[in-house]
Design a protein around this ligand. Structure first.
Ligand code: PFF
Length: 519
């Protein structure tokens, strides 16, 4: 029997839209905006930009370069670099699929519910009470699951079914085709929402005074007051965490997507385009979020600070309230806004499923369709815990630990493995042979600067979590859903790494052009 050849993207634009689709997600629309507000308005853009330059772009280059060079998902790519690190290659997609996607699918499910609510503005006038008491029926603690919320179970099932339908087909006919349709629609919907919002009364002032206006004291790492210095440290840590999350780095997704690229592809250009389009999208989406809050504050005659709320409340409490207050066509605005979130979420969700299913099909001889079906089924069953009445607490805890530790640790370790084991210069030479050249200081970033900065961030997060229970949740729940969940993922990764490879799956091309670099 001959080994089937690896599938590939039909076009570079198909690949780019799929990668950008993974990057642009729920995190770009409200997570970014809320962080910008909380951490100093326009001044937040500085740490965000620095994080993009010193971690975002270099690691995107690394992931694209590695996936393209090794022609494999994360486990296969790391095994080919050095089999001792296969476990890391597994840990990343396991966390993506069973850490992130389980709750990410539920939040997309909420967006689906709210999309339907938009038709009748079903949330009424007290959107906060509606969200917490009627919709989530939130229990009193993470320990009290309180049963499942049936409407959320159904919307989550729908999300998994759409992801299954897309991932079931091969990469060209599934993810690529879906991205070619969904992404232009997403851009169009976003433009409509931004223009509509900016034209509302009070929106432009809020954008100028709260979004683009900078509070420099919040990012000054050298402030003489130690309390200010500490809070500035948190802002920088948050900016790095956001860059990882928003660019879908540290999960093996971009490694997998790049493994489907044809032999000749301009890696550097593709990486730069993905990063720039994603971050520009966040910046532009910020106009819609700040604008709508400004409009609401203006209409109610309250200060901006009173009107804005963080986390999930921004999309599910503040937005619905603002939508109800619009001068006309409220339902249409709501439908467009929540459809935008659903599309952004689905194109990210399929990338989380793909990273894991490709890892499985790379190692084992099971057919793709069967793997995807099994995974989506298991994924749906796993996400049921987040559709319980304690779902909001659980996803908050899981998200906190995965973004602050899992992602950052994954990013730091991949830098070290590529930088020191494969050698940064080898991967850089590979990338540069493909098209646009990256400068030699990338080697330094990957070997020293980026892992050091990420290690410092881990230290900062650990210090903050040890000083105070995150979100004031009980310690047993933090250990169970935060630390425990990641440890279970680690055990699963080790178990998968201990399975034997079929020798033909590990075969790789000899590269005489690299012989002198490898010594
Ligand atoms: N990048 C997506 C967002 O910003 O919402 C979310 C995401 C997708 C995170 C895929 C991580 C990931 F692996």
């Amino acid at each position: 029997m001959t080994t089937p050849t690896r599938s590939s993207w039909q076009s570079n634009i198909g690949f780019l839209l799929a990668a950008i689709g993974s990057a642009i997600g729920l995190g770009n629309i409200w997570r970014f905006s809320y962080m910008a507000h909380q951490y100093g308005g326009g001044a937040f853009l500085i740490p965000y930009l620095v994080a993009l330059l010193v971690a975002g772009i270099p690691i995107m280059l690394l992931e694209y370069g590695l996936g393209h060079r090794e022609k494999g998902s994360a486990p296969l790519s790391f095994t080919r670099v050095d089999s001792r690190f296969e476990w890391l290659g597994w840990w990343m997609p396991v966390v993506a699929m069973f850490g992130i996607m389980l709750y990410y699918s539920v939040v997309i499910g909420w967006c689906v519910n709210y999309l339907f609510f938009s038709f009748t503005l079903a949330w009424g006038s007290d959107t906060q009470a509606f969200f917490f008491n009627d919709f989530l029926q939130l229990s009193d603690s993470p320990a009290n699951l309180g049963g499942l919320r049936v409407p959320i179970v159904f919307s989550t099932l729908l999300v998994w079914m759409v992801c299954w339908l897309i991932c079931f087909r091969d990469i060209r006919h599934g993810i690529e085709k879906a991205s070619l349709i969904f992404m232009p629609v997403l851009f169009l919907l976003t433009i409509i929402i931004v223009i509509w919002t900016v034209s509302l009364e009070g929106a432009r002032d809020a954008i100028a005074n709260h979004y683009l206006h900078a509070d420099w004291s919040k990012i000054n790492l050298f402030a003489s007051d130690p309390a200010l210095r500490k809070s500035a440290g948190e802002v920088w840590a948050a900016a790095f965490g956001q860059i990882f999350f928003t660019l879908s780095l540290g999960f093996g997704i971009m490694i997998t997507y790049a493994s489907y690229l044809p032999a000749r592809s301009d890696i550097a250009k593709n990486a730069l385009v993905t990063c720039v389009v994603n971050c520009l999208y966040s910046f532009v989406a910020g106009f819609a979020v700040f604008g709508i809050v400004g409009f609401m504050a203006h209409s109610q005659g309250v200060p901006f600070e009173t009107a804005i709320k963080g986390g999930p409340q921004l999309a599910f409490v503040v937005y619905p309230k603002a939508i109800s207050m619009l001068p006309g066509m409220n339902s249409l605005f709501g439908i467009i806004f929540f459809l935008m979130l659903v599309i952004a979420g689905i194109t990210s969700g399929v990338s989380l499923v793909e990273a894991f299913s490709c890892s499985i099909t790379d190692k084992f001889t099971w057919p793709r369709q069967r793997v995807v079906t099994g995974l989506c089924l298991a994924g749906f069953l796993g996400s049921l815990v987040f559709t319980s009445r304690a779902g909001l607490y659980l996803l908050d805890i899981t998200d906190h630990f995965i973004t602050n530790y899992g992602l950052v640790a994954g990013g730091a370790l991949e830098c070290l493995i590529v930088g020191w084991v494969l050698k940064a210069k080898v991967l850089r030479a590979h990338i540069n042979r493909q098209g646009a050249a990256i400068p030699s200081f990338w080697n330094l970033l990957i070997r020293y600067t980026t892992p050091l900065i990420l290690a410092y961030l881990l230290y900062l997060s650990l210090g903050a979590d040890l000083a105070k229970n995150y979100g004031d949740y009980p310690i047993d729940q933090l250990v169970l859903y935060g630390v425990g969940w990641m440890l279970i993922c680690l055990v699963a990764a080790l178990a998968l790494a201990f399975q034997r490879w079929e020798p033909k799956k590990l075969k790789r091309r000899h590269r005489p052009e690299e012989d002198d670099l490898l010594v």
